[in-house]
Design a protein. Sequence first.
Length: 146
Amino acid sequence: MKNTLLVVPIVAGAAGLICIAVQTRPALARTQSPEELLAQGRHLVTNVALCGDCHSPRLGTGGFDRARWLGGAPIGFNPVVPMPWAPVAPPLAGLPGRSDAEVVALLTTGARRDGTAPLPPMPAFHLSEQEAAAVVAYLRSLGPTP
């Protein structure tokens, strides 16, 4: 693994230029186990991106219908001003009709492979390739909902 020496200017003035040298190393890549990948994907989907808020149907009580978790649902709110808006969030469980590459591209660039963006309220995510792969692994693990 190759180290790099960076010279970083920190002060410039009448006394001249004062620099510090910083030695850097590339981050050590670590392969995740399948269990770690699924756990990271579950965390990103449920605790960070909150995908269930739009992509999961709710019961009459307002709670999530866990039997149809991430199975797609009508968007339960509308924009305050007129704008393009997706009335329904598509199913994510099992990623029906989507390739892994297509989903990774969307999650890393915020756009589909053809360059178009999903309609609001879907945010434009800019995950790392590794994070996007974890999300795909988790969503595929769920299988399609009934």
